[in-house]
Ligand binder design. Structure first.
Ligand code: ZN
Length: 156
């Protein structure tokens, strides 16, 4: 899939820019992370990485994820379920909605919300440079869950 290899080369290029040495195991973990669309936690990343290379330990995944996070290649999210979740630092800003029943994470962008937030900051005397917004919800009857575009990646 061409889109995957583009993402993969981007994460590997970022690693090279930051001077991170890419071992075989790090490359596998980087690939798993770049292919993930579900904001996985470390254990999920480990399960997927171990499917590719059984020698990759949970401790190695923890270390590598921390390394990528410190290098600002990975973004860490606290979605309130006790485990940090990760995604490759996106090129463009988005916010998240968390399905509290399944833990699925959906991405969205609302220009209206962006504008409102800039307005609030401005009223308080600030120029907005960053924000984090997470919505927490339960599916409406007959909706939510599998209707979300990110739900496909939940399987493992
Ligand atoms: Zn995201």
């Amino acid at each position: 899939m061409p889109s995957r290899s583009i993402v993969q080369s981007r994460i590997e290029r970022r690693c090279a820019e930051k001077g991170l040495k890419m071992t075989g195991q790090r490359r596998v973990i980087a690939r798993v992370l770049s292919e993930a669309i579900d904001h996985p936690d470390v254990e999920r990343v480990h399960r997927r990485a171990a499917e590719i290379d059984r020698r990759i330990s949970l401790a190695t995944v923890y270390r590598t994820v921390r390394l990528f996070e410190e290098a600002k290649i990975l973004e860490r999210h606290e979605f309130g379920q006790g485990r940090a979740r990760y995604e490759v630092v996106p090129d463009s800003h988005h916010d998240h909605l968390i399905d509290m029943t399944s833990g699925a994470v959906f991405e969205f962008h609302s220009e209206e919300i962006e504008r409102l937030q800039r307005g609030v900051a401005k009223k308080l005397g600030y120029r907005l440079v960053d924000h984090r917004l997470a919505l927490y919800g339960v599916p409406l009857k007959g909706k939510g869950r599998l209707t979300g575009r990110r739900a496909a990646g939940e399987a493992k």
